[in-house]
Write a protein of this length. Structure first.
Length: 205
């Protein structure tokens, strides 16, 4: 599997775009093939996922906004192919996830961030639901993605870093192809195997 990676110079307009989940989704979808109205979910139909890193983020590059795309159909001008390491026991991975709990109360959905003291159990459970047992799990402080407001998409996100302990059958292909958790349309949930342990500077358990 090969990812496409491209770096864009930091600019005020680009930073405003990627600060909002809806705008980020639109920016990414412009890279996908035009299906002339025959798709209600172009990202899903093309098997595409992505993540965006600022210079201070785990896979970021100083002075740039880095876009990583995993898709069989996307066209990313100026991107370079980066081979994705296999997902197997002993692999160090990173993922940006929506660290939230959702409950249905009185017919409505209530959302709250996962508290610091809950993160270990919550993240372990998330990964186990996708067929991955983990070792050396760590996470960043919580931060907001998007601004509060009517009809606005907003998440509380955290960076995860973990070493794969064991994998259920076919879990590796599914996780790499589909990602984990909520918010995948907005650049969350992509699992990126990396070759250097301890890549997440400042991440705490």
């Amino acid at each position: 599997m090969t990812d496409l990676v491209v770096d864009y110079p930091l600019s005020t307009d680009l930073l405003k775009t990627i600060a909002q989940p809806e705008a980020t989704h639109g920016w990414f979808c412009k890279l996908l093939p035009d299906m002339h109205g025959r798709s209600a979910g172009i990202r899903i139909d093309t098997g595409s996922q992505f993540r965006v890193d600022l210079p201070s983020d785990p896979l970021g590059e100083p002075g740039d906004v880095r876009l990583r795309v995993r898709s069989s159909g996307a066209t990313v001008p100026g991107a370079r192919p980066v081979e994705t390491p296999p997902l197997e026991p002993g692999t160090r991975c990173v993922a940006l996830v929506a660290a939230e709990k959702r409950n249905t109360v009185d017919g409505g959905v209530r959302v709250r961030p996962v508290a610091d003291e809950e993160m270990g159990a919550w993240a372990t459970g998330l990964l186990e639901r996708h067929g991955i047992s983990v070792d050396d799990l760590s996470w960043s402080a919580a931060r907001g993605y998007g601004v509060r407001g009517e009809r606005r998409v907003r998440f509380t996100v955290r960076d995860l870093s973990f070493v794969v302990g064991d994998l259920a059958r076919d879990a590796a292909n599914k996780v790499l192809a589909n990602g984990i958790g909520r918010g995948r349309a907005y650049g969350l949930g992509m699992v990126v195997p990396v070759s250097v342990a301890g890549l997440l500077a400042g991440v705490k358990a």
